[in-house]
Design a protein around this ligand. Structure first.
Ligand code: NAP
Ligand code: GLV
Length: 306
């Protein structure tokens, strides 16, 4: 078996070395233009030229949980796209979101700003039962985040495409229940994949339905948020702020208004980083399973239905 490795944004040598160690009987090489076509590839943000030169591609492992950037490329619909499932990202996402939710609930940003001014200024505790956290997307990451937040006893709601039953989470499903889900939410966490159905979903209409003073945590994809609507709602006082890890344009341009907004916390798409050891182990185990003709999980063949 010959696997092609093609990434436009990772350190090729070290990944290749680890994949080769995990799959010693498989030939794995970095793709170069003009290389012989393969049936199996491991990719991250691949170029269109790569696909144009792969008439035999059957299985493609994506070195990310989200597949939106992959589906911007043109390739045959018969190719099985396999995404990363957790592989060490879920616990990172749980840490990040808990930090953002707790920071908002406890007013930690305000205390940091007080401390910089030498102010010793305790504030009255807030009522936890009023701090409803709504999680959009109850998949691998959303459910892990819900489990972590449950430990802090926040009232939880979740929204997904299909109906779910999750302990400690009031679950809503589908477009018909979106309004009921949003109503009264204090902290909205987005963990949806970017698809045609979710692009621009965090907009004036949806965010206006949150509780006055609500807070947004977007850790999914930047294109799900209408950035101007967020700024307008903060300026109008309807939203109190946001923690944003993802942006429509990344890196966030130097002149972007988000940088100078005191109520917007920015991180550079690090809420859940692709971990090499875990990702290599997961993909190698799936490659072994396929070689034994066993089924694997994580196949996303059509982003529209994802
Ligand atoms: P996942 O397991 O596929 O879960 C996606 C969830 O979204 C599912 O619950 C799904 O509903 C729901 N969903 C999809 N389309 C929907 C729609 N139109 N309406 C309502 N719900 C919808 O994905 P995941 O592994 O949790 O990852 C989620 C996303 O996180 C990724 O796609 C990626 O964009 C992002 N991410 C970001 C980072 C970062 O560092 N910032 C890292 C990793 C991933 P059903 O369960 O009913 O299908
Ligand atoms: C990161 O954003 C991922 O999708 O894995």
């Amino acid at each position: 078996m010959h696997i092609s490795f093609h990434s436009t944004d990772t350190d090729h040598a070290i990944w290749l070395q680890d994949f080769q160690a995990a799959l010693p009987t498989v030939q794995i090489s970095t793709w170069q233009p003009g290389a012989a076509p393969v049936s199996c590839a491991i990719v991250r943000n691949p170029t269109q030229q790569f696909f144009d030169e792969q008439p035999q591609l059957a299985t493609m492992f994506n070195l990310a949980a989200g597949v939106d950037s992959l589906f911007k490329r043109q390739f045959r619909s018969s190719v099985n796209v396999v995404r990363l499932e957790d592989s060490g990202m879920a616990v990172q996402m749980a840490e990040y979101v808990c930090h953002a939710v707790i920071g908002h609930f406890r007013g930690l940003g305000q205390y940091q700003s007080d401390a910089r001014q030498g102010l010793w200024q305790p504030r009255a505790p807030k009522d936890r039962s009023q701090c409803v956290v709504g999680i959009m997307g109850l998949g691998v990451l959303g459910q892990r985040v819900a489990k972590a937040l449950h430990g802090f006893e926040f009232p939880l709601r979740g929204w997904s495409r299909s109906a779910k039953q999750i302990q400690g989470v009031a679950c809503f499903a589908g477009d018909a229940q979106l309004g009921d889900f949003l109503q009264g939410v204090q902290v909205l966490v987005c963990l949806l994949p970017l698809t045609d159905a979710t692009r621009g979903l965090l907009n004036r209409h949806t965010l206006s339905q949150l509780k006055p003073g609500a807070y947004l945590v977007n850790v999914a994809r930047g294109a799900q948020l209408v950035e101007d609507d967020l700024i307008a709602l903060i300026d109008q006082g309807h939203l109190s702020g946001a923690t944003l890890d993802v942006f429509d344009t990344e890196p966030l341009p130097a002149a972007h208004p988000f940088w100078s907004r005191p109520h917007i916390s920015i991180t550079p798409h690090i809420s859940a980083i692709t971990l090499r050891a875990e990702s290599v182990a997961q993909i190698a185990s799936k490659i072994h399973a396929l070689a034994r003709n066993e089924p694997i999980t994580g196949i996303v063949n059509n982003q529209m239905h994802y």
